[in-house]
Design a binder for this molecule. Structure first.
Ligand SMILES: CC(C)(COP(=O)(O)OP(=O)(O)OC[C@H]1O[C@@H](n2cnc3c(N)ncnc32)[C@H](O)[C@@H]1OP(=O)(O)O)[C@@H](O)C(=O)NCCC(=O)NCCS
Length: 193
């Protein structure tokens, strides 16, 4: 079995793979990403993630696995089955319009694929896009109990600041530093691809 992983912008055909990824995620991970939104709200968000618009842009960590089997017959034919899945997604959402308001970042890496650098690589792609658009900082809304995400953001966004905004939620301001994203995110991604 041979798996390759890469980061790329989403496309409309990803909606089914994103839905399948969500079904494989733990209830905790889904709640942390969607802050309790379920059913139609979560489905609508997945559709937005798959379909780029000027105010909504997403990237996935896409995996392609080639499963080769050799038959026992005299000619030993090789059969290959190719499976495509996504294991993580990150989204930039411009509030209101492209020129007014904050730009929020939200992300989800599938349980079982965490701590392999996928989140960092996805964040790198989002930061490069934000830098291209002249966005100075991103906003992340993180559940009060979501210590893992706060540690993750402090690790991938040097200079991040955190404030408690009530209702058991933190907001984090994340400076957009493309050099840091290139040095620590996408290069490292090559290492695990
Ligand atoms: C937070 C999340 C995106 C991290 O993704 P990931 O692919 O595991 O992150 P990475 O492997 O790239 O981690 C990069 C660094 O962040 C830090 N980090 C990541 N997860 C961490 C955790 N649970 N606890 C402490 N530090 C963590 C580490 O410093 C890590 O580097 P290391 O593995 O070399 O020590 C993932 O756990 C997730 O999807 N959580 C559920 C969704 C969520 O919380 N979304 C936030 C609100 S939108």
């Amino acid at each position: 079995m041979d798996t390759s992983l890469w980061i790329r912008p989403t496309r409309p055909a990803d909606e089914a793979a994103l839905t399948a990824m969500l079904a494989r995620c733990s209830p905790d991970a889904v709640r942390r990403r969607f802050h309790g939104a379920v059913g139609a709200s979560a489905t609508a968000e997945l559709r937005r993630e798959a379909n780029w618009s000027p105010t909504h842009r997403s990237w996935v960590a896409a995996a392609r696995t080639v499963d080769r089997t050799t038959s026992d017959g005299p000619r030993g034919e090789v059969h290959a089955a190719v499976h495509a899945e996504v294991h993580g997604v990150i989204t930039l959402a411009w509030g209101g319009s492209r020129t007014v308001g904050e730009v929020e970042v939200a992300f989800l890496v599938e349980d079982g694929w965490t701590r392999h650098g996928i989140g960092r690589a996805l964040f790198g792609a989002a930061v490069l896009e934000a830098a291209r658009e002249g966005v100075p900082a991103l906003l992340a809304r993180v559940e009060g109990s979501n210590d893992g995400a706060r540690r993750f953001l402090r690790a991938v966004a040097p200079g991040a600041t955190t404030r408690f905004v009530g209702a058991a939620e933190f907001e984090m301001d994340l400076p957009v530093r493309p050099a840091a994203a290139l040095a620590t995110g996408l290069e490292r991604w090559e290492a695990i691809a």
